[in-house]
Design a protein around this ligand. Structure first.
Ligand code: 5GP
Length: 191
């Protein structure tokens, strides 16, 4: 049996990664599993523990780093985010494809640790325009002006890194973007 793929999906805050991911997860033919991250950020309305994130204290996060439990981690705006290592490798060993949705700093760490892994693919989701992205980040209305500003700055810096990824997909609609990603994964699975 072939090991499952490790798929890194990045893209600036507000680009719609969550929506595209949900369309992909509904496509059973992709044999796709989502790796739930750990974060010190507080849950947003509608987010569920263990589904969207494992919401933890800063102390718990720091001890996960210390105990080498994370595949990668990064500080994003004011919070920490990281990928628990155990499930990713366990699922891949079972032949399942694992999707991790992470920001660019964590993605760079994964790119260097998985450089030799040929069942590894990186995808960057781009907004149709920066204006569109700004509208979406501002429209969320759950964050302070300061946080919105920091997310916009970080978005600009992340977009500048899209060339580091194997594939760049424009999110003009979640269905189109998910379709394009599904084709990338099907081709890669055949390798
Ligand atoms: P949000 O607070 O909007 O849910 O996430 C902020 C950013 O952190 C997003 O770009 C998201 O993809 C990224 N992120 C989520 N989980 C992880 C993770 O485990 N590691 C890293 N490096 N970034 C993550």
């Amino acid at each position: 049996m072939k090991r499952g793929l490790l798929i890194v999906l990045s893209g600036p805050s507000g680009v719609g990664k969550g929506t595209v991911r949900k369309v992909l997860m509904n496509n059973d033919s992709l044999n796709l599993y989502y790796s739930v991250s750990m974060t010190t950020r507080k849950p947003r309305v509608g987010e569920t523990e263990g589904v969207d994130y494992f919401f933890v204290s800063k102390e718990k996060f720091m001890s996960a780093i210390k105990n080498h439990e994370l595949l990668e981690h990064a500080k994003f705006v004011n919070n920490y985010y990281g990928t628990p290592k155990f499930y990713v490798e366990k699922l891949r060993d079972e032949g399942k494809n694992v999707l991790i949705e992470i920001e660019t700093r964590g993605a760079k760490q994964v790119m260097s640790s998985y450089a030799e892994d040929d069942r590894f693919v990186t995808i960057f989701l781009m907004p149709p325009s920066f204006e569109e992205l700004e509208k979406r980040i501002r429209g969320r209305r759950t964050e302070t002006d300061e946080v919105v500003k920091e997310r916009l700055n970080k978005a600009r810096r992340e977009i500048a890194l899209n060339k580091l990824y194997d594939f760049v997909v424009v999110n003009d609609s979640p269905e189109n973007a998910a379709n394009e990603i599904a084709n990338i994964l099907k081709n890669k699975s055949l390798d």
